[in-house]
Design a protein around this ligand. Structure first.
Ligand SMILES: [Fe+2]
Ligand SMILES: [Fe+2]
Length: 338
C-alpha cells in the first residue's frame, strides 16, 4: 500500500495527465491554422525583446530586430527541448515496472516536447523563407544535449524546471494587447504555455524526488553542475547574440556608428540573458524550490555565479537576497530535523 505522501504525489501526476488530455493541441489545426507570419508585425513583445531600450532605432528597425530574436527564440526552444525530452525519457525508467500513472505523465510530457520541437522547426522554416539570407543559429542541439546530459540529473532537472517556468513568464508577457505583435506568434506563446504549465509541475516533483535521494556531498557536486550549466548557457547566448547582431547590422538597411553598434550588441545580449536566464531565476516559484533544497552557502554560490549576468536587471538583483532568509531558516533547522 502506498503512503499518504506517495499517494498525494501520484495524484499530482494524475492531474497533469488529465489537464494534458483536456488541453491537447495540434500544430496545424490549432496553432498555424493555415496562416503565415505577418512581417509587418513584431514577433516578440518589447518586454521580452527589449528593443524599446534601443531608442536610436526606428520603429521598422525595432520590428526587424524583434523578428530576428523571434527566429532565434524558436531555434533556442528547439534546442533545449531536445535535451529536456531525452532527460524525461531517461527519468521514466524508474517507473517502468512501478507507478504507471507517473510513467504516463512523463511519457506524455516527452511526447509533447517532440511536438514542440516540430512546431519550432516549422517556425524556423516559415521565417527563413521570408527573411534575408545569412541568418545562422550556431549551437547544435545534439552537441548541447551531450554536454547537458553529461551533468547530474539534479542539475539537469534544475535547469529544466527553470526553462519551463520562464516559458510561463514569457506567455504572461505576450498577452498584453500590443497590436504590433504577430497574432501567430502570440498563439505560439499561448499553446506552448498551456502544455508547459504541466511540465513545470512535473519538473518540480521529479527534481524534489531526485533531491531526496542525494547525500549532502552529491548535492554539493550537483550545485557545481548547475553553475557549470548556467555558464554554458551564457556562453551560448553570447555567441548567438553576436551572430544575430551581425545579421541585423548586415540587413538593417543603414549604417550605425560605433556607439550605436556597441549598444546594439549589448542590447541583444541583455535581451537573451533576460529570456533564457534571468526571467527564470527570478521566478518566485523557482526561488521557493531553491530555498527548500539549498543551504545558505549553496544559494550564495549560485548567487555569485549569477551576479555578472543579473547585474543589469534591478528586479532580479533584488529577488536573490530575498530567498536567503528562507534558505537560512532551513539550514538553521537542519540539526533538529536530523
Ligand atoms: Fe516545450
Ligand atoms: Fe516542456
Amino acid at each position: 500500500m502506498q503512503s499518504p505522501a506517495t499517494e498525494r504525489g501520484s495524484q499530482r501526476y494524475a492531474k497533469c495527465i488529465e489537464v494534458s488530455k483536456r488541453i491537447h493541441w495540434e500544430i496545424d489545426r490549432d496553432v498555424i491554422r493555415g496562416r503565415t507570419f505577418d512581417f509587418t508585425k513584431k514577433f516578440l513583445p518589447d518586454g521580452i525583446s527589449k528593443v524599446n531600450e534601443l531608442e536610436f532605432l526606428s520603429e521598422d528597425e525595432r520590428r526587424f530586430l524583434s523578428q530576428v530574436q523571434g527566429r532565434t527564440y524558436a531555434n533556442m526552444f528547439g534546442l533545449v527541448e531536445r535535451f529536456i525530452g531525452a532527460k524525461m525519457l531517461e527519468v521514466t525508467q524508474q517507473y517502468w515496472f512501478g507507478d504507471q500513472t507517473k510513467l504516463e505523465a512523463l511519457v506524455r510530457f516527452s511526447d509533447e516536447e517532440l511536438k514542440h520541437q516540430e512546431l519550432f522547426r516549422r517556425i524556423e522554416r516559415m521565417t527563413a523563407a521570408e527573411m534575408p539570407v545569412g541568418y545562422a543559429f550556431l549551437p547544435q542541439p545534439n552537441d548541447v544535449a551531450a554536454v547537458v546530459l553529461g551533468k547530474s540529473t539534479w542539475a539537469v532537472l534544475a535547469l529544466t524546471c527553470h526553462i519551463e517556468l520562464f516559458t510561463q513568464a514569457h506567455y504572461r508577457q505576450s498577452i498584453d494587447t500590443d497590436a504590433r505583435v504577430s497574432d501567430l506568434y502570440k498563439d505560439v506563446f499561448l499553446h506552448h504555455w498551456r502544455e508547459e504549465s504541466q511540465h513545470a509541475i512535473l519538473d518540480e516533483l521529479e527534481w524534489r524526488r531526485e533531491d531526496a535521494n542525494l547525500s549532502q556531498a552529491q548535492r554539493e557536486s550537483a550545485v557545481d553542475d548547475l553553475i557549470d550549466l548556467v555558464a554554458a548557457v551564457d556562453m551560448l547566448l553570447q555567441m548567438q547574440a553576436a551572430s544575430d547582431t551581425d545579421y541585423f547590422l548586415r540587413n538593417g538597411g543603414r549604417g550605425f556608428d560605433g556607439h550605436e553598434t556597441a549598444r546594439l550588441r549589448a542590447g541583444v545580449l541583455k535581451a537573451y540573458r533576460w529570456q533564457y536566464i534571468v526571467s527564470g531565476v527570478q521566478d518566485p516559484r523557482y526561488l521557493g524550490i531553491l530555498g527548500d533544497l539549498l543551504t545558505t552557502e549553496q544559494a550564495a554560490r549560485i548567487g555569485s555565479a549569477l551576479e555578472p549576468i543579473v547585474r543589469q536587471f534591478d528586479a532580479a538583483r533584488a529577488s536573490w537576497p530575498a530567498t536567503r532568509p528562507a534558505v537560512a531558516v532551513r539550514a538553521a533547522a537542519a540539526p533538529d530535523d536530523a
